[in-house]
Design a protein around this ligand. Structure first.
Ligand SMILES: *Cc1c(COP(=O)(O)O)cnc(C)c1O
Length: 379
């Protein structure tokens, strides 16, 4: 089945009770048992719920994976992966991570005796310098947030496999429409479903997709035992959002390209981060592993201090100043004071996350309105 067909149908059957075409919202915490243990495969909704199960089937199919697990947030999904580790284990990860992941690694799991190496992953071979016999997990993001670095998933996967290390990829920025890490050798794909998958900025949710049965059983145990699982209402909203994922992504990519090209020639724009440019340092890798380049673009404003950057950020009329990304509506974000506020200044400035940086999540509105809005905000 092709991507758009899976987005609309995978995991979903007409409801066995009524024939309803759309998966019902099974708003129940518990299920009747004829005699103890004699049930229809559902016992308690922390562990299993029919609406969530349909969603998990669809999510797995979109990443060409056997198994999908939905969590109550992207951080909930990441938390479950980290709980596979034991004190003394080491993790290799990137130096340009989603702020919340960095915060969880350094402020929660580092306290539990897990050691994290935050390294430059734009050259995958750097990983070799940090591997020890304690390295159990490589956690990567690509494109990275917010500077759109590209990590070569197939190259990292080769290193991970050679050293028997689990590779997890946060695929939130690309979405499964643009990139499928499992096909490139990753063991686990993580999504903040809140973003492109949900697509309408009305749900917070996360997911893990994977193929290995043993790993799935371990993660399902954590999912059920720790309990960060989403309710049926949110599962329904994401099922609904997914039905247009391919259409939305196509529009995000088209608008993204036009805005990136517009910004590139704008006299007030200094650096611009978008993997579709042929002079992006890892453009060739992006071209190899992604189907298109998406609607996430970051740029710095020439000579702007914090005050001038704030002025521009607050001047948009169509783009809303807000955290998050991936919805149908366009958003502008100021990383150093918003999404990346929890990363120390020295750390973030090393990778270009400076005060004059703005990040755009380009929506699917009419391009003329978006271009006009950027023009007037920069003026
Ligand atoms: C938003 C985001 C997360 C966290 O997901 P939540 O759903 O907000 O918990 C993780 N990684 C990336 C790249 C994100 O953009």
């Amino acid at each position: 089945m092709k991507f758009g067909t899976k987005a609309i149908h995978a995991g979903q059957e007409p409801d066995p009770a009524t024939g309803a075409i759309m998966t019902p919202i099974y708003q129940t915490s518990t299920y009747w048992q004829k005699s103890p243990g004699d049930n229809k495969g559902f016992e308690y909704s922390r562990g299993t719920n029919p609406t969530r199960k349909a969603l998990e089937g669809c999510l797995a199919a979109l990443e060409n994976a056997k198994y999908g697990l939905a969590f109550s947030s992207g951080m909930g999904a990441t938390d479950a992966v980290m709980k596979l580790l034991m004190p003394g284990d080491e993790v290799i990860t990137g130096n340009d991570l989603y702020g919340g992941s960095y915060r969880m690694f350094t402020k929660i799991f580092a306290n539990y005796g897990i050691k994290f190496h935050f390294i430059d992953l734009t050259d995958a071979s750097n990983i070799n310098k940090f591997i020890t016999d304690k390295t159990k997990l490589i956690w990567i993001e690509t494109p990275t947030n917010p500077t759109m670095q590209i990590v070569d998933i197939a190259a990292v996967s080769k290193i991970a496999k050679a050293n028997k290390i689990t590779l997890a990829v946060d695929n939130t920025f690309a979405s499964p429409y643009l990139q499928n890490p499992i096909d490139l050798g990753a063991d686990i794909v993580m999504h903040s479903v809140t973003k492109y998958l949900g697509g309408h900025s009305d749900v917070v949710m996360g997911a893990l997709m994977l193929n290995d049965e043993d790993l799935y059983k371990r993660l399902w145990f954590i999912y059920n035992a720790c309990g960060a699982t989403p309710g049926p209402q949110d599962s329904f909203l994401v099922l609904r959002g997914l039905k247009t994922l391919h259409l939305r992504m196509k529009a995000h990519c088209e608008n993204g390209r036009q805005i990136a090209e517009f910004l590139k020639t704008h006299p007030k724009v200094d650096k611009i981060y978008w993997p579709g440019f042929t002079d992006h340092p890892n453009h060739e890798i992006a071209k190899k592993q992604m189907r298109d380049f998406g609607g996430m673009i970051s740029f710095t404003i020439k000579g702007a201090d914090l005050q001038e950057t704030f002025r521009v950020a607050s001047s948009f009329k169509v783009f809303a100043l807000a955290e998050s990304l991936g919805g149908v509506e366009s958003l502008v974000n100021h990383p150093t004071t918003m999404t990346h506020g929890s990363i120390p200044k020295e750390e973030r400035e090393k990778v270009g996350v400076v005060d004059s940086l703005l990040r755009l999540s380009v929506g699917v509105e009419d391009i003329e309105d978006l271009l006009e809005d950027i023009e007037q905000a920069l003026a």
